[in-house]
Write a protein that binds this ligand. Structure first.
Ligand code: ADP
Ligand code: ASP
Ligand code: MG
Length: 814
């Protein structure tokens, strides 16, 4: 015999019930017991109705009507017209009894646990009756059997315990004396020896099926539900989760105990002792293999089998200086909780031996505080203990696997991945069986934590990076195009999955949790909401994704001021904006420190030399113990472009205009021409070399006339360039006469920096610098005479975008 259980979603309406018919009808080689839940949502409605009635709220009648409609509609849709009336009148008469019960609750203004069980039992009673009628009408050899006549429990209403001796005898007797092929039974409900209806706990239909399967020693227990098996994590929270092909009873039990709702935890026990395999299958995809649960196959397979989570947890901790001196304190603590019927979900490793800390259901927290404080009133009064406190709003996440015990480093990996993503761990517990490691975290972090752990333990190959991009001008739009082009390559070759979740320019911003389609980002952005930097940050925080990276493609001071908030949330920052790193030294240090503290890289390779790997090279030099003595560099692609193209056949104005139009200058070209941009770059180089320097201390011998430096806007600035053309021609002439080229050079030596226009003679390293190229000479302990030279294109939107991209890949490999 086989036992098949169909959950609420699998019998939610006539359409689903027809699927059940076809699944059950396919089994012809053995008899079947079909255990069904209430139609999806009905148990909740019954409970809501009872609550309203007990509050003497006549609105309960609306719910009753809804319950009635769902069942009557179902009969009308399933049964042939000439067979409907008997079923309809039976169901109506049952509903009348239900109405009388609820009316009673309404009149006296209360419900008792016993009455509640009676009321909720109608969900399964009606669904099983209707399904049995349909199966018969549709040609199967089927019948209905009320589980309350078979399963006998104690009278702990709401979560009654099965009396196995009587129950097993009844079940065996029934199936021995009955030869019907398909026996439909209500799940979840049972009765006490006194004949009262009882229930087995929410989700308990699974248990009913297991009890029957064990009693008849079925060949298999099949749990038919709305997902294709037990997954590596709750598929509603972790998109990448996969159905587990094969799992041991113990692992399944552990996962369900910690929240994998797909199997009600007590379900395993009865079938385990009889070694009956459980198969979890999807009613909506009957051909998917699902999950097979059996005895473990010693030592083979993955170490971590699944990750589960359970919400609504509170931590209660008892601590105080006198803790060690008080005898039997933990015994008393647990006794008090147990006497108050509070079950302890987990006992955690306390931060010190001077405290005990347990995880309990949140709804028990207030009661726990009261009873524990009462029980220890004397010790609290005499200040040996502090009054207990409960911390609510928590959740448990657990890694589960039979083979975890034989592998070191799993908890290290678990906690470091969580730590890297700023998931704060409130408490830790490792099961004595070493089959699970669990951690208590705040509820808001659950989704991020699950995805982080899932990535770490099940998707080791692919790492997801979530980008939030601000600024989509020249650089930003090139960057998005590059991401689009490289996406596939990165996934296949570097195992990085890059997803742009948010984009903002100064007008609008848009988010898409599944990733903004990069072929279409302009369209998406134009339809976005009004841009607002605070809300952009708030949204990133709310999404709370792991591996989040904020990408700043602006030149804005306000945006640079946001980095601190990002880093403090463990959101990495990648920027081509130089403002933060060239701001006052304290701020620069602080951002670097926060990046370390919150494990969130802060990368700004493009601040110097656009896409050239200058800062990265410097970082490696310093990290490997080298020391920088002197830096000489041409760092302005814009100034290089200007002085390379300027001569006596053109005008300075024209060349600067061209540089601006071709994207070689900052939006405000004065920042380049005045030398400020170069000052910022040499400042950043000096700082990254380990020197403390501020911008005021850098000498700038600007070649611009005073009047140009004083202008307030681009037009005025360009006007002064036209006006002072002779001065620029003079500079060119002097250099040409000496067979020199003009280069804007930055120098750092002996802790001092200066920038200015130099005449560079033929043969010098800087002489042949083309177009907008940059060059840096590092004189270090290891490179004392022949400097380490980095040279190449140092300006332009495309190379800058590729530098930003490189920083993102660095974070991916971090
Ligand atoms: P039924 O009504 O069929 O008994 P349940 O809602 O009780 O179904 O259980 C199935 C649900 O369990 C899934 O839809 C899923 O949301 C949830 N679930 C939680 N964790 C897991 C997991 N690890 N694997 C599969 N499902 C899970
Ligand atoms: N109908 C019950 C519930 O919703 C039992 C079950 O579906 O397993 O909890
Ligand atoms: Mg269930």
């Amino acid at each position: 015999m086989k036992v098949l259980k169909f959950g609420g979603t699998s019998v939610a309406s006539s359409q689903e019930i027809r699927r059940v018919r076809s699944i059950v009808g396919n089994i012809t080689d053995t008899r079947v017991a079909v255990v069904v839940s209430a139609m999806g949502g009905i148990t909740d409605l019954l409970l809501a109705m009872a609550t309203l009635a007990s509050q003497q709220d006549p609105e309960y009648k609306k719910i009753l009507k809804e319950i009635e409609n769902r069942h009557l509609t179902c009969i009308r849709e399933l049964l042939p017209v000439d067979q409907q009336s008997a079923a309809l009148s039976k169901v109506k008469s049952e509903l009348n009894i239900l109405e009388t019960l609820v009316e009673g609750a309404f009149l006296i203004g209360e419900t008792t646990p016993r009455l509640l069980d009676k009321i909720v039992s109608y969900g399964e009673l009606l669904s099983s009756f209707i399904i049995s009628q349909f199966l018969m009408a549709d040609g199967l050899d089927a019948c209905f059997k009320d589980s309350r006549e078979l399963i006998i429990t104690n009278e702990v209403f709401g979560k009654a315990a099965v009396r196995f001796e009587e129950t097993n005898a009844h079940i065996r007797d029934y199936f021995e004396h009955n030869n019907t092929q398909v026996n439909v039974l209500p799940g979840f409900i049972a009765s006490s020896s006194n004949g009262n209806s009882t229930t087995l706990g929410r989700g308990g239909s699974d248990y009913t099926a297991a009890v029957i399967a064990a009693a008849v020693e079925a060949e298999e227990l099949e749990i038919w539900t709305d997902v294709s098996g037990m997954y590596t994590a709750n598929p509603k929270l972790v998109k990448q989760a996969k159905a587990i092909e094969h799992i041991s009873y113990e692992e399944a039990m552990e996962l369900s105990h910690f929240g994998a709702k797909v199997l009600y935890p007590p379900t395993i026990q009865p079938v385990l002792s009889k070694n009956i395999p459980i198969r979890i299958k999807n009613t909506f995809q009957p051909d998917s293999p699902g999950t097979l649960v059996t005895r473990s196959k010693n030592g083979k397979g993955k170490t971590v089998r699944g990750i589960s989570n359970i919400g609504g947890i509170a931590l209660v901790s008892l601590e105080g200086p006198g803790m060690i001196g008080i005898p039997g304190i933990s015994k008393r603590f647990f006794e008090v909780l147990s006497l108050a019927d509070i079950s302890v979900v987990m006992i955690t490793q306390a931060s010190s031996e001077h405290s005990i800390c347990v995880g309990i259901a949140e709804q028990d927290a207030d009661l726990a505080v009261t009873v524990v404080n009462e029980a220890f009133a004397y010790e609290i009064e005499s200040r040996k203990l502090k009054p207990v406190l409960a911390e609510k709003g928590l959740a448990i996440i657990a890694l589960v696997g039979d083979n975890m015990k034989s592998h070191q480093g799993l908890s290290g990996k678990m906690f470091s991945s969580l730590g890297k993503n700023n998931v704060n761990i409130r408490a830790i517990a490792q099961g004595a069986s070493e089959r699970n490691i669990s951690a208590v975290i705040v509820q808001e972090d659950v989704k991020k934590a699950l995805n982080t752990l899932h990535e770490a333990f099940f998707e080791e190959q692919v790492k997801q990076l979530n980008l939030f991009v601000m600024g989509v001008g020249n650089v930003g739009s090139k960057f998005l195009n590059q991401v689009q082009q490289q996406k596939k390559y990165l996934k296949e070759n570097l195992k990085l999955n890059i997803r742009v979740v948010g984009i903002s320019n100064s007008r609008t911003m848009a988010f898409d949790e599944n990733g903004i389609p990069l072929t279409d980002w302009e369209q998406v952005l134009s339809k976005g909401q009004p841009a607002n930097a605070d809300q952009f940050l708030a949204q990133i925080r709310k999404l709370n994704y792991r591996n989040s990276i904020f990408v700043d493609n602006t030149a804005s001071e306000d945006v640079a001021a946001m980095y601190e908030s990002f880093l403090r949330q463990s959101i990495s920052v990648v920027t081509c904006n130089k403002i933060a790193c060239s701001s006052d030294y304290e701020n620069y240090r602080k951002l670097k420190r926060l990046a370390r503290e919150y494990n969130a890289p802060f990368l700004f390779e493009t601040n110097v030399g656009a896409g050239l790997p200058i800062l990265d090279t410097l970082k490696h030099l310093i990290a490997s113990g080298d020391r920088v003595h002197k830096i000489q560099a041409v760092l302005s692609g814009s100034l290089n472009f200007v002085w390379n193209n300027f001569n006596d056949n053109t005008t300075f104005y024209k060349v600067v205009k061209q540089a601006q139009e071709e994207g070689y200058t900052e939006p405000d070209p004065k920042i380049d021409l005045s030398g400020i941009d170069v000052m910022r770059k040499i400042l950043i180089l000096a700082r990254e070399s380990g020197y403390q320097l501020d911008i005021d201390a850098i000498e700038n011998k600007s070649f611009l006339p005073e009047e140009s430096l004083e202008t307030q806007d681009n037009d005025a600035f360009f006007n002064t360039l036209e006006k002072h053309e002779p001065a620029f021609q003079q500079l060119y002439k002097e250099a040409a006469e000496e067979d020199c080229k003009l280069k804007y050079v930055a120098e750092f030596a002996d802790g001092q920096a200066n920038v200015g226009l130099h005449k560079i003679p033929r043969g010098h390293d800087f002489y042949n610098l083309e177009g907008s190229d940059n060059i840096v000479l590092f004189y270090t302990e290891r490179y004392p005479r022949q400097p380490l030279i980095i040279k190449g294109a140092g300006a332009g939107a495309a190379v800058t975008a590729s530098g930003i991209f490189a920083d993102i890949i660095r974070i991916g490999n971090f």
